[in-house]
Design a protein around this ligand. Structure first.
Ligand code: ADP
Length: 327
């Protein structure tokens, strides 16, 4: 018989994303509603190992739903990669009687949770908190919508100045392994080209399309590129374009960490609240070691073992839309 969950720990881990606070709030308040004791673990797995764990009450999550970042802080923790570190972390939870754990983070954090849940008798629930949206089993990840909106706002502004000067702008957005921010923000701003890690970049095709645009006197062009695109970063692409098409006035903008910060969008607050609530329900219902997601507007539960393996796929149709709409 599985033991009843009575005391839960919650943490944010790995890369931060806007909406994590809204999710912490949902976990704490749902837990308290069910008379659970709720503990906040600071700095992810590092705090678990360092025993940086504090009980939370309803007031401790007041006035945070609208704030970016994470009140629990986040970290990357090498020590958790080895069995000794994980044992230390386990002992710190055990001595408080914590018998359920909720991890808000990305696939790396889920990998840690998966291993931990196999080694020890503390069930883990993952909540996808990442701006990259590179996790299968959910249509949304906390922070993605905000990051895309931030990118769209920035690109709109860049388009104004690009238009004034007849310039080609190459804009690099975040996404080392995933092109979703580039794809969504690029479509949303009418980018002429979108270059992403999931699709091999045919630079000759990009160049010949730009040359053709130059002939048509279409001099204002926006290229959105994910930082992990196989051809290289925005600066490299700009150098090649300048060499091959000297007629273009090329500029580069690298959006960087502004994409991680800021007030979460209403969408991110909503999904963070739903996911946080559901994660606690999972622990109460004995639905252990799953990642909570939302698919087709319904809660969806993926075993952690699968959640760490599969990636979302980029639809070819989306790439076709980019091509047709940017002519
Ligand atoms: P994200 O969760 O955003 O993908 P990381 O990949 O950096 O971020 O993972 C966050 C943390 O999860 C790591 O610093 C480490 O503590 C833990 N982790 C990641 N992979 C493993 C693993 N294979 N074994 C144990 N812990 C891991």
């Amino acid at each position: 018989m599985e033991k009843k969950v009575t005391k839960i720990g919650v943490m944010t881990s790995g890369g931060d994303s806007p909406g994590m606070n809204a999710c912490i709030r949902a976990v704490v308040r749902t837990g308290l509603y069910h008379n659970l004791e709720v503990f906040g673990i600071t700095r992810g797995y590092a705090g678990m190992i360092d025993d940086d764990i504090h009980q939370m009450d309803s007031r401790s999550v007041a006035n945070i739903i609208q704030r970016g970042g994470t009140i629990l802080k986040t970290a990357r923790c090498k020590e958790f990669m080895n069995a000794e570190g994980r044992k230390k972390a386990y002992e710190n939870l055990k001595k408080r009687g914590i018998n359920g754990l909720i991890i808000i983070g990305g696939d790396g954090s889920f990998k840690g949770a998966q291993i931990f849940s196999h080694e020890f008798d503390i069930p883990c629930i993952g909540i996808p908190g990442t701006i990259d949206k590179d996790i299968a089993g959910t249509d949304f990840t906390i922070g993605f919508d905000t990051a895309v909106n931030t990118a769209v706002e920035a690109i709109d502004k860049i388009r104004d100045t690009a238009d004034a000067h007849d310039r080609l702008f190459i804009i690099e957005v975040m996404g080392r392994d995933a092109g979703y921010i580039a794809l969504h923000s690029g479509i949303g701003t009418g980018a002429e080209h979108i270059l992403i890690p999931e699709k091999k970049t045919d630079v000759e095709a990009v160049l010949s399309s730009l040359q053709e645009k130059e002939r048509r006197k279409k001099l204002v062009n926006i290229v959105v590129l994910a930082e992990g695109d196989d051809f290289g970063g925005a600066n490299h692409l700009a150098t090649v374009v300048k060499e091959r098409i000297p007629g273009f006035d090329v500029r580069v903008a690298i959006l960087g960490h502004i994409q991680r910060g800021g007030a979460p969008s209403s969408m991110d607050r909503l999904i963070a609240s739903r996911m946080g609530y559901s994660a606690v329900e999972c622990l109460l219902d004995g639905r252990f070691n799953v990642m909570v997601g939302i698919m087709n507007n319904k809660m969806h539960y993926t075993p952690l073992d699968n959640a760490v393996k599969a990636k979302q796929k980029i639809s070819d149709e989306w790439m076709k839309i980019v091509k047709i709409l940017a002519s």
